[in-house]
Write a protein that binds this ligand. Structure first.
Ligand code: F3S
Length: 412
């Protein structure tokens, strides 16, 4: 692999132990995947932030790196934490857990992550981090990676936790995978005959396509996503997040919509063809056989202002019997507060929490056993990471469940 003289000196430890360690990781990953050089990255998004997931070993690893003088050299943001960093008590989490979660975040702050404005989120692109088309970045959160590659036309692999930190410390990543033109071409065509309408329908579609695509690059035809659709971006966000969960899709293209196809950058060759005639099986594939729920979760990936507005309209004037939590980035919540949307949700008995992701939270310890969500990715990880039962259903059914406590099985 070609390295510049500066990169060689960092690798030799001339700029300190922390940077040497980071260079070793970046170079090792590049060598494994056959990179011929490193590329400079414009931004990094780090995952592995939940104390519940990384535990004391992960916390110690981060603290040691910070103690050694690790400092990020490109704008870097954090994935969600396990709790709202301000309202964790209101969520019901224990003080000792909150202390540990705060220590994880403190280690990242000492590395310079967030540059004084730490807003943990899986949707950095909703709070201003939207690199220009063609830019190289190193993002780790799978749904953000799918959005960045596909909707923004940015180039990133699906970085792992330590790999993303190493990229932030060096400002570099290996030039392999989706950084290269050859790997951005579609590998299968998905002809959508079904007519997905809502954001959750796009999530259900993604659940089906992710499972059949695995780590391929789907090219969608037949998807109706008009330029003036006010929730077009939310639908794409949901589609990519679901495919990243049930498969390992990091890039997809939509005919006439996503930038690399729209701009004619890609040549679409003969491809294996699949058709999707109905998205309903996507809902049932990620639902447990339960008819009552303990909590309703909206905001996976973190909710946009429009999605918080939809939630507010759905619960306006209602009295919720089951807790309904919306999760989002803190700057989005701040705007929702100013627009009165949070008041509407709270008046009905719901909550809008920042920073947090329930799939990586110890929600089981709060006595929660079943969660309804209109997100395929949310349902997938609630079942596989949070170890609670999940019902993946359209927004109106989830809200109905919050009002009545009951959830009819059938998704229509
Ligand atoms: Fe974000 Fe957590 Fe969903 S990281 S995409 S809210 S599973």
């Amino acid at each position: 692999m070609y390295l510049t003289p500066e990169e060689i000196s960092w690798l030799g430890g001339d700029a300190g132990t922390a940077l040497r360690r980071a260079m070793e990781i970046v170079v090792a990953l590049g060598a494994i995947y056959g990179a011929e050089r490193l590329v400079l990255v414009e931004s990094v998004q780090i995952s592995g932030v939940s104390y519940r997931n990384i535990g004391d070993a992960g916390l110690y690893f981060l603290q040691c790196w910070a103690d050694e003088g690790a400092r990020v050299r490109v704008p870097t943001t954090l994935n969600p934490t396990a709790m709202d960093m301000v309202a964790w008590e209101d969520q019901g989490f224990a003080p000792d857990f909150a202390d540990k979660q705060r220590s994880v975040v403190d280690a990242f702050i000492r590395m310079g992550v967030g540059d004084g404005e730490l807003n943990p989120t899986c949707t950095p692109y909703l709070i201003g981090n939207r690199p220009p088309q063609g830019a190289h970045v190193a993002w780790a959160e799978s749904s953000a990676v799918a959005f960045a590659n596909s909707v923004l036309g940015v180039r990133t692999n699906r970085e792992g936790g330590p790999g993303a930190i190493a990229a932030a410390l060096t400002g570099r990543t290996g030039d392999y995978g989706l950084h290269l033109d050859a790997n951005r071409r579609p590998t299968l065509r998905v002809e959508v005959i079904a007519k997905p309408e809502t954001i959750s329908d796009f999530s259900a579609l993604g659940a089906l396509v992710g499972a059949l695509t695995r780590n391929g690059v789907p090219f969608f035809t037949g998807l109706h996503l008009d330029a003036d659709d006010p929730v077009r971006e939310e639908k794409l966000k949901a589609l990519g997040a679901a495919m990243a969960a049930t498969g390992a899709v990091a890039l997809y293209h939509v005919e006439g919509v996503t930038p690399e196809v729209r701009d004619g950058v890609l040549r679409i060759a003969e491809l294996p063809n699949y058709t999707i005639e109905d998205v309903t099986p996507g809902y049932s594939a990620l639902s447990d056989d339960v008819d009552r729920v303990d909590l309703v979760w909206l905001g996976c990936p973190h909710a946009s202002l429009i999605e918080i507005g939809q939630a507010a309209e759905a619960v306006r004037g209602q009295h919720l019997r089951v807790p309904l939590w919306v999760t989002c980035a803190r700057p989005v919540r701040d705007i929702a507060v100013r627009q009165g949307l949070v008041d509407v949700i709270e008046a009905a008995g719901g909550k809008v929490y920042a920073d947090a992701c329930l799939a990586i939270s110890p929600v089981y310890d709060l006595g929660i056993r079943t969660i309804a969500t209109p997100s395929a990715k949310g349902a997938y990880y609630l079942r596989n990471l949070a170890h609670v039962a999940a019902r993946f259903a359209p927004l109106d059914m989830c809200v109905e469940a919050a009002i009545t406590g009951a959830m009819p099985w059938k998704v229509v």
